[in-house]
Design a protein. Structure first.
Length: 83
């Protein structure tokens, strides 16, 4: 089985499946409202010039998360695309 890693550690062009959402209360609810749910596929689009925030593509829209927020999300890697 593939090992879970934190979302913010992935590089642009990598695609992953969300396996676990850590955090509690308002942060967890906010993730769910943004479509970040277990089993969903997420694509890492790009990093901001200074590395934070990171742009993701999930459920047909673009989403920017800070590294500290993305660190609460665990994923399994699908592979790399050279987009």
């Amino acid at each position: 089985m593939t090992e879970s890693i934190q979302l913010h550690l992935l590089r642009p062009g990598q695609r992953a499946t969300i396996t676990k959402i850590n955090g509690a209360g308002a942060l967890r609810r906010r993730f769910v409202e943004m479509g970040i749910v277990k089993g969903e596929t997420i694509l890492i689009e790009r990093h901001a010039p200074l590395g934070d925030p990171i742009e993701y593509f999930i459920k047909g829209y673009h989403l920017a998360l800070r590294k500290e927020e993305a660190a609460h999300i665990e994923v399994t890697l699908h592979g790399e695309t050279n987009a």
